[in-house]
Ligand binder design. Structure first.
Ligand SMILES: *Cc1c(COP(=O)(O)O)cnc(C)c1O
Length: 443
């Protein structure tokens, strides 16, 4: 009887990390759970085998089982989505994706943070003082700034603080519904100001405003009709003329620009910006943080110091105050590096075409011209020329429910993948997702 050579060290038979990470079931979970979680699960199982709690032969199945358990235990919050629609500010997808700096700022602010504390003196400070400084640096035309929960809150706080129980004079051509059935004028009225509508749907003149101003006027309001355009026989009063009228009658002028551009962008000549509106004489400008500004959900008020102060002291300000994570993200968005929204808006068409052709070769689709859009009620009707990979329409549903989830555009009986809003670093993940959606049941 020959003697079995004794196993010198069973630990040598423990599968190595590289081999485990290359297994298809591990790769699949890595996309869901991320690299950090997967590596820690692998290390844990290997450690148990090293301690003799697990046979080396069982390591592979145990890793798979632990990864399944980790995936099942994951909280069911919002799912990350690759936006392949070409629509930059997509309200159903959470509007602006945060910049890397903003993400880091959110992580840093997640614990205790000096959001309302002056660390030098150790005493209480104005909430979000750093974010206010960042806004004033980015928009020097403003004397003061206040950040609230969202654009709608900025507008309702402004009109309530300046005109509760009094008149807000506004053009009938600007009584906007902002989506999901919400109308800005209902909101304004619900907080106690009276709307004094002037002019008609298509034409409003300076004398219409002048005729409406009286002892009961709280403020004049100009709202950018951001999500639609009226063409044809139209007239509206510009900010400089309204500002002159407001000064003449000593009433403040509030301008809701919506999109949140702080400065003019030559690509969107019809989109208002805060700097222009303030230089043209607006007393207060209100805007969203997560549209063209490219930051977190926030509402921004910029303008005269005495008026911003009145808003900040109004009881309603407490109900619409910005959270510390949004304040942190907003300040970091303004650090000078163009955020993802700006990058997608200014994406180089040739570079987009190259990426699109590479994707089409990899998955077997055709390249077609495709216009992106600003979206989110910004620059309606302005096309952003680019490209898309054209695939059969039925791929769309499998892309949406795949991992990672992908939202393509379904149009004209086809599934279109526009890479404008997909970070280039995610092209590989998108290719894998498309391949899987094209061949369901395989790999
Ligand atoms: C989007 C928009 C709002 C509302 O802003 P939110 O940040 O969505 O609350 C208000 N006014 C205008 C003109 C807008 O475009």
């Amino acid at each position: 009887m020959t003697e079995q050579p004794a196993d010198p060290d069973p630990r040598r038979r423990i599968p190595r990390t590289d081999g485990l990470l290359a297994r298809p079931e591990v790769i699949a979970q890595r996309e869901r759970l991320g690299d950090v979680v997967v590596r820690s699960v692998v290390r844990n199982v290997q450690d148990r085998a090293r301690r003799g709690e697990l046979a080396p032969e069982d390591v592979t199945t145990q890793v798979a089982a632990d990864l399944d358990a980790a995936a099942a235990a994951r909280p069911t919050g919002p799912t990350a989505v690759l936006n392949a629609t070409g629509v930059i500010v997509h309200t159903n997808l959470g509007r602006a994706p945060l910049s890397a700096a903003a993400v880091q700022a959110v992580v840093d602010a997640a614990g205790y943070t000096d959001v309302e504390l002056d660390l030098t003196s150790g005493t209480r400070s104005r909430r979000g003082a750093g974010t206010r400084s960042a806004l004033l640096a980015a928009c020097p035309a403003a004397a003061d700034a206040l950040v609230v929960n969202n654009g709608a809150a900025a507008l309702v706080l402004a009109t309530t603080a300046l005109a509760a129980g009094r008149d807000v004079v506004v053009s009938r051509g600007e009584l906007v519904e902002i989506g999901a059935g919400f109308r800005l004028f209902d909101l304004i009225a619900s907080a106690g100001a009276r709307l004094r509508e002037v002019g008609s749907t298509n034409r409003t003149h300076l004398r219409d405003y002048a005729d409406a101003i009286g002892p009961d006027t709280g403020c004049l309001l100009k709202v950018h009709p951001s999500n639609f355009r009226i063409a044809g026989f139209t007239a509206a009063v510009d900010v400089p003329d309204l500002a002159a009228l407001a000064r003449e009658h000593d009433v403040p002028l509030v301008v809701d620009i919506g999109s949140g551009q702080l400065r003019a962008d030559p690509l969107l000549p019809d989109e208002p910006d805060a700097t222009r509106a303030l230089l043209d004489g607006a007393d207060l400008v209100t805007a969203s943080g997560d549209k063209l500004l490219g930051g977190p959900q926030a509402g921004i008020v910029l303008g005269r110091r005495d008026l911003v102060d009145r808003l900040a002291r109004h009881p309603l300000a407490r109900a619409v105050r910005a959270d510390k994570l949004a304040l942190a993200a907003l300040a970091a968005t303004l650090d000078g590096t163009p955020p993802p929204v700006t990058q997608a808006l200014h994406a180089d068409p040739d570079a987009l075409r190259e990426r699109t052709e590479r994707m089409a070769r990899a998955v077997g689709g055709t390249v077609v011209p495709h216009d992106g859009r600003v979206g989110g009620g910004g620059a309606p009707g302005v096309p952003l020329p680019g490209w898309a990979v054209r695939l059969p329409e039925d791929v769309a549903a499998r892309l949406r429910t795949g991992t990672p989830a992908v939202l393509p555009r379904v149009h004209d009986g086809a599934c279109l993948l526009d890479l404008r809003c997909v970070p280039e670093a995610d092209d590989g993940r998108l290719t894998t997702a498309v391949r899987r959606a094209l061949r369901p049941g395989q790999d």
